[in-house]
Design a protein around this ligand. Sequence first.
Ligand SMILES: C[S@@+](CC[C@H](N)C(=O)[O-])C[C@H]1O[C@@H](n2cnc3c(N)ncnc32)[C@H](O)[C@@H]1O
Length: 251
Amino acid sequence: MSDFEGLNEATYRRAGIVEEYAAHDELHEGEVRVLERVGDLSGVRLLDIGVGAGRTTGHLAPRVASYAGIDYSPELVGACRARHPGVDVSVGDARDLSRFGDASFDLVLFSFNGIDYVSDEGRRRVLAEVRRVLVPGGTFVFSSHNRDYALLGKLPWQTGRPGRAMLKQSAHALLHTRRRRRMRRREVVGPDHVLVNDNAHDWSLLTYYVSPPDQVAQLRDAGFTVVECFDQWGEPGERDERSVWRHYLAR
Ligand SMILES: C[S@@+](CC[C@H](N)C(=O)[O-])C[C@H]1O[C@@H](n2cnc3c(N)ncnc32)[C@H](O)[C@@H]1O
């Protein structure tokens, strides 16, 4: 495991972060639109990976034939169980789905960029594992940070957007200078991706950013044949610079 993966995981175990996730229960606009494209969910066996504190659970568990949620943060799983008693939610790592048999789900969801917090090698394992647990023709819906995003890697004062928001974000970045420096040293530039310290959770994560064509290629390498791409708001399209993250639907 790369050491930043341990740091990312520790972030998702922090009490303040758990509280933050537990305060949200809305599906995002882009998620609603992409899930609509999956169609009727009533007969579907769903695996919801990186379920966090269960933002998606209340929307999806009642609509599907069976629902299983996993997350590698025991603290988030605890929060999810408290919010959704009786729903099957357990601690589990997306890189090792060995407890689930081949072809045991019709739909796998890894929402809100959860796939972006492991190394490149870990991500390839996630894609292979998801492919394995899906039935042939099954659907994988997820989102991931967009390497084409116009402001990727820019500090608030480098964005060329002066104003109160920029001042506030700059103060926030300065407040966390030590942590930023520590994380920045770990940044990675790979052949088809970058792992970047952005402002999420007070600059405490390294986040994987990939361009849509490279993400599509990774999905094809993992055995997916049909891939649809959407912007942050669920509008179909191959590439854009406005989306911080983009949605994918792969079969
Ligand atoms: C940005 S949060 C989103 C949480 C939740 N899906 C939501 O939208 O509120 C990313 C989630 O992915 C989980 N996660 C990241 N890497 C994971 C892995 N390898 N296996 C399982 N969960 C993981 C984190 O613990 C966290 O709950």
